[in-house]
Write a protein that binds this ligand. Structure first.
Ligand code: GUN
Length: 295
């Protein structure tokens, strides 16, 4: 079994971006700038946003975290995003989800200018993805295709089964894998909570992508021998013996599935790191677009 190493693969991507940044600086160009908005005090969201900021700095981007109170109104957040939309020195905007219940995630998603939507959640970018046109692709699905590419995993003509139909991972992943693109051209089955006889489908998958948020859900008997298995799950499981009080567990039973799969991503150290690398890639793309508009 080949371990699909997110640390190694994300470092390759980050080094490439770092080198490109160094070259741009010699031309006297400003740095890309990502703004991340964090509303409230959810522990996991805070960790993710801080990691995104750290990685921006690592590759030579500017980044700003705007921290807002739990009680922030939808209107205040909309007004803030509208200001960032027209600021020529800001290339990418992301609002970390989940948001407090008084704020509609869809309203916020549609407020971010599509050319600064580095999460790729706006209807314009989702529509482009559905049509196979160039736009921003959500970071987790994009990061997974970067991982497949780095390990030279052939996808054309393969049967890809995706479990989970979220707008952040499952649905865009299914579109990306079916698109006519180097890391696409799969026959795709999208499974979800109402799928009957899930194992019937997962056992046919050459590439199985699991994003349902149930730790340890996929067992060895659900996996076709020699399948490529991508685990997107990253649940915090309480554990009082650990310093931070939890450990991270994926949706795949790693110890069982490693005996059957040809390739498998670990949790942590797999897809999560690729999500960040893909976000940096999207931010660089947004920056290049912005630069063209203002030069
Ligand atoms: N919450 C969980 N995943 C994501 C993501 O990729 N982007 C944002 N903005 N929020 C998230």
């Amino acid at each position: 079994m080949v371990l699909l190493d997110g640390k190694y693969t994300s470092e390759l991507v980050k080094n490439r971006i770092k080198n490109e940044m160094a070259e741009m600086q010699t031309k006297g160009l400003r740095k890309p700038h990502l703004v991340a908005i964090l509303v409230g005090s959810d522990g996991a969201s805070k960790t993710y946003v801080e990691s995104k900021e750290r990685n921006c700095q690592l590759v030579g981007f500017d980044s700003t975290i705007i921290r807002l109170d739990d009680s922030t109104s939808e209107n205040d957040l909309v007004q803030l995003i509208e200001k960032l939309n027209i600021d020529n020195h800001i290339d990418g905007i992301l609002v970390q989800f989940p948001l407090p219940k008084q704020i509609s995630e869809n309203k916020i998603t549609q407020t971010i200018a599509p050319h600064k939507d580095v999460d790729g959640f706006h209807d314009v970018n989702m529509g482009k993805l559905a049509k196979g046109e160039s736009g921003f692709v959500p970071a987790t699905p994009l990061g997974i295709t970067m991982m497949l590419e780095a390990y030279n995993i052939e996808t054309a003509g393969k049967h890809c089964v995706v479990i989970g139909r979220s707008n952040i991972v499952g649905r865009p992943m299914s579109l990306l894998m079916s698109n006519s693109a180097p890391y696409g051209n799969c026959t795709v089955t999208l499974c979800h909570s109402k799928t009957v006889h899930l194992e019937h489908f997962t056992r046919q998958a050459d590439i199985l992508i699991v994003a349902l948020g149930k730790p340890g859900f996929v067992k060895a008997n659900m996996v076709k021998p020699n399948a490529v298995v991508i685990d997107v799950g990253i649940t915090r499981v309480e554990d009082s013996t650990r310093k931070n009080g939890f450990y991270l567990k994926g949706d795949v039973d790693f110890n069982e599935v490693k005996e059957v799969a040809s390739h498998l991503t670990p949790v942590p150290g797999g897809v999560g790191l690729m999500t960040i690398a893909a976000l940096l890639e999207n931010t660089l793309k947004a920056y290049k677009f912005q630069l063209k508009q203002t030069l």
